[in-house]
Design a protein around this ligand. Structure first.
Ligand SMILES: [Fe+2]
Length: 233
């Protein structure tokens, strides 16, 4: 199975009831079994931290991770689990960053997301603040920010400033905007992708990923020397 080359999922809303992702331990069990079938060995859970929608302290995230690990052990599901968070960039995130209350993955990577439609953040200022705290910013699904579509130069500028990109596998699926699909292909073609992720909120993402497994661009992505997923095992 092609996803054996990815091994580690770095973006997954698998922790039950912490956000708009998986809502029960039974569903998590089914999903983790599916992950194993696709070749994954480790899942890094990334519940949202988005003021006004879902806020999750490090304590709550770690506690839920422990509960899920215990549940997996009791149900004979052998898969590595770890946890971080997906931070929506706004003042709440900047406060957490300032107070050293963010939860990175792989020790120093910080998964951030921007507003999908409104270009209301100076991303380069935020990148600097993240780097000043000793973290490496990883921008979740750069292919989904519509205001980047007219200015592809921004992707090169972000990478030059030290941002790593995490694309979603399912962005190659034809249900998405043509611009989204074209952008994710552009990022893969130009070797701008450092991480790939499922951004799973339910089992549907894995079903789509299974259908995409032989997609030319999934093969290209997962055989890329630049992809860092494997380093996190
Ligand atoms: Fe996400």
């Amino acid at each position: 199975m092609i996803y054996e080359n990815a091994i580690v999922d770095v973006h997954s809303h698998i922790l039950p009831r912490l956000d708009d992702g998986v809502q029960s331990y039974e569903d998590a069990k089914e999903i983790l079994t599916y992950y194993k079938k696709l070749g994954f060995k480790k899942i890094i859970a990334t519940p949202h931290n988005y003021a006004g929608y879902h806020t999750n302290s490090n304590f709550v995230i770690k506690k839920t991770l422990e509960n899920l690990k215990k549940y997996c052990f009791e149900n004979n599901i052998d898969i590595d689990l770890d946890a971080s968070s997906e931070y929506f960039v706004n003042n709440y995130f900047l406060e957490l960053l300032d107070k050293n209350e963010v939860l990175p993955f792989g020790e120093k990577y910080l998964l951030i997301e921007l507003h999908p439609l409104q270009n209301n953040t100076n991303i380069f200022d935020v990148v600097k603040l993240i780097q000043d705290k000793g973290f490496i910013p990883v921008l979740a699904h750069p292919e989904r920010y519509v205001y980047f579509y007219e200015n592809r130069e921004i992707y090169y500028m972000l990478v030059e400033s030290g941002v790593l990109f995490q694309i979603n596998y399912i962005s190659l699926c034809e249900v998405f905007l043509t611009e989204t699909i074209e952008t994710v292909k552009f990022l893969i073609d130009n070797n701008l992708v450092s991480f790939a992720g499922s951004d799973l909120h339910s089992i549907i993402n894995l079903q789509i990923m299974e259908k995409l497994a032989n997609h030319e661009y999934i093969t290209k992505l997962l055989t890329s020397e630049k992809l860092l997923n494997k380093t996190l095992l």
